[in-house]
Design a binder for this molecule. Sequence first.
Ligand code: NAD
Length: 303
Amino acid sequence: PSPTVAWIGLGIMGSPMAENLIKAGYDVTGYTLEPDKLDRLAAAGGTPAASVAQAVRGADVVVTMLPADPHVEAVAYGKSGKDGNDGEGGVLAHARPGALILDMSTVSPRTSVALAEAAAATGKGLRVLDAPVSGGEAGAVEGVLSIMVGGERADFDAAKPLLHALGTTVVRCGPHGAGQTVKAANQLIVAVNIQACAEAVVFLEKSGVDLTAALEVLAGGLAGSAVLSRKRHNFLARDYTPGFRIDLHHKDMGIVTGAARAVGAALPAGDLVAGLVAAAREQGDGALDHSALLRGVERLSGV
Ligand code: NAD
C-alpha cells in the first residue's frame, strides 16, 4: 500500500499537487486555512482535517506547501498556537516516529537546515527533506514540476516515487538546505529574465514593432526561455492573474540576496531587480503575477 500523506497548505500550488498524489493512489489528508480549499480536497477524494495535529497524526509522509519561512516555522513548531496548531505543537510534535517530512515551500536554506536539526532533536527518527519546486501553477497542475531536493540520500530515495507523482525532473542537490539554495538561484534567474522581457516589450512597442510577431521570433532564438514562452500571453494581454505573486517573488529575492551575501557571491543585477520587485510591491502590485514587473517599466517609460 502507498504511504499515507498529510498535506499542509492547499494554495495555488498545494491544491493541484495534492490532487496529483490522490490520482496516483495516495491516501491524502489535508489542512489549510481556507475552508473552500478543504472542500476542493474532499471533492478530489482527499480527507480534510480540522488542524495540523489532526492531519499529521499517523501519517507516513508530511508535506508542507506554505507561503514563507514564518508559516513553515509556525506549522513545524506550533509556535503561534493559532492556525490549527491546537496551541500545542506542530508537525514535529505530532508526527509519528520515523515519519518523512517534505517541505516543498520556498524558504531560506537556513530555515531548512534548522528544521532538519529540530527534527533530529525530537529523537523520534523524523526524516526531513527540503524539496522546493519550479514550474509554476501549470507545472503543478500537469505534474511536471522541477523538484530540487536537499537532505540525506536514503531519504531522497524513499521520497522519489511520491515526488515523481508531482514532477518530471527530480534531483537531489546536496545536504539539507541545498534544494533551497538551488531554488534561490532559480528565482534569481527568473526575476532577471522577466525584467529583461518587460523592458524589451516596452522598447518594442514604443518603437512601433508588432509585439506578437516580435515575441514569436524572440522565443525561437537565443533570447527564448520558459519565461518568455509562458509569460508571453501575460505580456501581450496585460493579464496579471497569478500565477506567481510579486509578494512571493519579493520574499524569494530576499532569500537569494541574503544567501548570496552570506557566501560572498556578488549579485549586481539580482540586487537591482530585487529593488524593482520591492518597488512594484510598494506601487500596490504585490498581489499580481510577477509578469507585472512590466507595469514598473511602463511607469518609468511614461506609458
Ligand atoms: P498560496 O498563498 O497560494 O498558498 C499557501 C497556502 O498555505 C494557503 O492555502 C494557506 O491557507 C496555507 N497556509 C498558510 N499558513 C498556514 C498555516 N499556518 N496552516 C495551514 N495552512 C497554512 O501560495 P502558493 O503560490 O501555493 O505557494 C506556496 C509556496 O510555493 C511558496 O513558498 C511559493 O514561493 C512556492 N512556489 C510557488 C509557485 C507559484 O507559481 N505559485 C511556484 C513555485 C514555488
